[in-house]
Each structure stands twice: as structure tokens, then as C-alpha cells.
Design a protein. Structure first.
Length: 181
């Protein structure tokens, strides 16, 4: 009796199927690495920067508070689209008024002037704020989402948070600066 036939059939097949599987996996990995590298290089070339915010004026009258600010797109190759902002007026870390800025967009290297108007709900008097003084310090927080767009194929959304501290009421709002992150 010869058992050599059983031994030959029990050995694994190292033929074309295994070679094809190895080549397919290697090609898929290399293709994935090429796509990731290409996307990263393009994103670095476009080098997106956060928008710049500047409060131009903050005024308080009997029943209204108004704030004008500019938003600047510093990018040379990327347009910005904002899905709106929530704007909160603070005094000594206490929330006084809330407002919103509607959807807007900024083309490359452009800026937009925005206005937020609040109606005073009496919360300022309840906090004991003396608005008859020439200057009252406020802080403004803005939260929203910005979409960075470079053509039709490259979009990235980022959460944008802006904090403007020590805004003084009057004709021109002097601040320590607006910091966006």
C-alpha cells in the first residue's frame, strides 16, 4: 500500500491564488496611502487659516444693545461659509443677552460687516448695571461652524469660537482683542 497520494493532497496550495491575494492587498494599501498623502499635501498647500474677528462698535441705549463687527477671510485660496453664529453678551462672566448671526459667506481675501441687535429684557437693571456711566465693560462670546471650501471637491467644517474681552460701550469699542479658536 502506497500512502503518498494522501500526503500530497493534504499540503496547502501555494499557487496563483495566494500570489493574487498578496498583490491585491499590497495594491490596496499603496493606493490608500497615496490618496491620504495627496489629500494632506493639497491641504497643506491651501493652508487654511481661521477667520479674523474685530468688534467695531458696541452701543447701549435704553432698550437696545447693538454691536457691529467685521469678519475677515485671510485665506488666498479658500472661501469660507458660516452656518450662523450664536452671540452672547457677558458682564463679569454673567450672561446678559443672547443673539444670532444668520448664514453668510466670505470669498477669498474679503471681509463682511455684521450687526447684532439685542433688545434689553431688563436683565441689565437686575444686575445693577449703571448704563448712565460713559463706559461699561462687556465680553462677547461667539460660537459657530465654518466650512472651508476650496472648489467643489475640498470641504472641511470646523467649530469656531470667538471671545472678545473688555469691550467698552461707546462710539468705538476698544477691546483687548478678539481671539478665535
Amino acid at each position: 500500500m502506497d500512502n503518498t497520494g494522501d500526503i500530497e493532497n493534504s499540503q496547502p496550495i501555494n499557487g496563483r491564488a495566494t500570489l493574487l491575494a498578496r498583490c491585491s492587498i499590497t495594491i490596496l494599501i499603496l493606493l490608500l496611502l497615496a490618496i491620504i498623502s495627496f489629500s494632506l499635501i493639497l491641504w497643506l498647500i491651501f493652508s487654511p487659516r481661521l477667520p479674523e474677528f474685530n468688534v467695531e462698535s458696541l452701543s447701549v441705549s435704553n432698550a437696545n444693545v447693538s454691536m457691529e463687527f467685521t469678519v475677515k477671510n485671510p485665506n488666498r485660496k479658500i472661501n469660507l461659509w458660516f452656518s450662523g453664529f450664536d452671540v452672547v453678551l457677558l458682564h463679569e462672566n454673567c450672561e446678559i443677552l443672547k443673539g444670532t448671526v444668520k448664514v453668510f459667506s466670505l470669498r477669498k481675501r474679503s471681509e463682511a460687516r455684521m450687526t447684532v441687535n439685542w433688545t434689553n429684557s431688563g436683565k441689565m437693571k437686575n444686575l445693577g448695571l449703571d448704563l448712565s456711566k460713559k463706559e461699561v465693560d462687556f465680553d462677547v462670546k461667539m460660537n459657530g461652524t465654518a466650512c472651508f471650501k476650496a472648489g467643489k471637491w475640498m470641504n472641511e467644517k470646523k467649530s469656531v469660537q470667538v471671545l472678545c474681552k473688555n469691550l467698552k460701550t461707546g462710539d468705538s469699542a476698544e477691546a483687548d482683542g478678539c481671539v478665535s479658536s
